[in-house]
Design a protein around this ligand. Structure first.
Ligand code: GAP
Length: 452
């Protein structure tokens, strides 16, 4: 089978045409860095989140979940270092007034302003093409500011969280106490994060509002390296499990200048997007940085007492963190396939059954009332446990093609014979094999196949 690689234009168009991703506020011309999940996008995202939760929370006896608020006390972001250091280097073109990420234009992976300034001297503006028109680069804080309550002054100012992790650190002690966990243990959270990116783009790769799935693993400092290695491998295995291709993934260990302000070591699992290998999943050893700064700022003791060794210390944190949209984009790219069937092109999204947005489509061969009635009864019998779609418009061939394009693993066709033999045809997406199944046995049959 020939592997077909989608270009960015093809991906954006397919994602819209098939109801995965729409530009936010599209009727008003869109808003840069914000994208909505369409009917199949939201199903895919929910299945990604569910799979992550099963793999990272339910499969580990020492990981628990948490859901903290998007808006936290401003002191939290001051303590975490985000107010002072969550910045990207920004540069303006004096000629056309456009703003850019200085490191992107300079083509160097560094936040050092002097280095960037030097590199920008002979670079041309990506917008107007002029050379030597850049201002000196300066830092831009990416947190969205907001006010709590009716008075818009500095005392009431806080931020939309730039990562979900902050809320986890603030509740670490309460979670530990209430669940009576001993080290090593983890706290997992899925939720929205917001970053006022200077140059959002590459479709849903760099967004201003996105969903993070983060695990904060609290460990003994001496075991930090061991758990860092463990979670790196664990994340990679999950990505392979949900259907990403091994050859499209690679590890990139960060040099010191690439690391976030809190990390002693960090690695990206990169995915091969149409614009090259770029970060998909970040794994960091955050050391005792977070609990130490929150202990200092809040005045609350966040140290851990090990009953066995009688040691008292601040735990280290190992953090695997991934964005749902970046992953969804990689899954659309890797799922996409084209093949020729009887001289015609067939497009198939080869999602795993677990991730497929629609699990089963119920398709009566014609709109005749007797077939519609039977088909609706079939829908009722099998629906409720997973996403089932009912579709009686257009020719059966076109409906199969539509389901193939959104990656539906099973199509159930109700034909005139079904009225006599009380059976339906079940077509499997990849092999296109068709099987006659008794309606009475259909629910069990599909459940077995979907869990296979
Ligand atoms: N708590 C650690 C943290 O936030 P990060 O590397 O800045 O680390 C983690 O972000 C993950 O979140 C990234 O690997 C990426 O998948 C996702 N992510 C970060 N910024 C994003 C953005 N602007 N748009 C979409 N996803 C983003």
């Amino acid at each position: 089978m020939r592997e077909k690689t989608l270009s960015m234009e093809e991906l954006v168009s397919l994602a819209k045409r098939r109801g995965f991703i729409f530009q936010a506020s599209e009727i008003y011309g869109g808003i840069s860095g914000f994208w909505d999940l369409g009917p199949y996008g939201v199903e895919l995202a929910n299945n990604i989140k569910q799979s992550w939760w099963k793999y990272f929370v339910y499969s580990n006896f020492n990981v628990v979940g948490l859901d903290t608020t998007i808006i936290q006390h401003s002191k939290l972001w001051k303590a975490s270092g985000h107010v002072d250091t969550f910045v990207d280097p920004m540069v303006d073109c004096k000629s056309c007034k456009h703003r850019f990420r200085a490191d992107h234009v300079a083509g160097i992976n560094s936040a050092n302003l002097a280095k960037l300034d030097k590199a920008l001297k002979n670079k041309s503006c990506p917008n107007c093409g002029k050379v030597g028109t850049f201002t000196s680069p300066h830092h831009f804080n990416m947190m969205f500011k907001t006010y709590v309550g009716p008075i818009e002054d500095g005392a009431n100012q806080t931020y939309l969280r730039p990562e979900t992790a902050g809320g986890i650190f603030a509740q670490y002690e309460l979670v530990r106490e209430t669940t009576r966990k001993k080290l090593p243990f983890g706290i997992a959270q899925i939720g929205k994060a917001f970053r006022n990116e200077i140059t959002p783009g590459d479709f849903i790769f760099r967004l201003r509002e996105f969903i993070q799935m983060e695990l904060e693993a609290f460990v003994h400092p001496k075991e930090a390296d061991k758990w860092y290695k463990f979670w790196k491998e664990y994340c990679m295995n999950w990505l392979l499990d949900i259907g990403l291709k091994k050859e499209h993934l690679r590890l990139h260990d960060h040099r010191p200048e690439e690391r976030a302000h809190y990390a002693a070591a960090s690695t990206d699992i990169q995915y091969r997007y149409p614009f090259g290998f770029k970060e998909l999943y970040g794994i960091a050893n955050r050391t005792d940085y977070d609990l130490s700064v929150h202990q200092k700022e809040s005045g609350k003791d966040l140290s851990y007492f090990d009953e066995e060794t009688k040691e008292q210390f601040i735990p280290y944190i190992i953090e695997p963190s991934v964005g749902v949209e970046r992953l969804l984009m990689a899954l659309l790219l890797d799922g996409y396939d084209e093949e020729e069937v009887k001289g015609e092109k067939r497009i198939v999204m080869r999602f795993t059954k677990q991730l497929a947005p629609v699990k089963v489509a119920v398709l009566p061969l014609s709109k005749k009332p007797e077939l519609s009635t039977l088909a609706r009864n079939v829908f009722k019998k099998i629906s409720g446990e997973y996403n089932v779609e009912y579709d009686e418009t257009q020719s059966i061939g076109r409906r199969y093609r539509r389901q193939d394009e959104i990656g539906t693993p099973y199509c159930v066709t109700i034909d005139f014979e079904s009225l006599e033999d009380k059976a339906v045809t079940v077509r499997e997406r990849d092999s296109m094999k068709q099987e006659r199944i008794k309606i009475e046995e259909l629910k069990q049959h599909l459940l077995k196949e979907l869990n296979h």
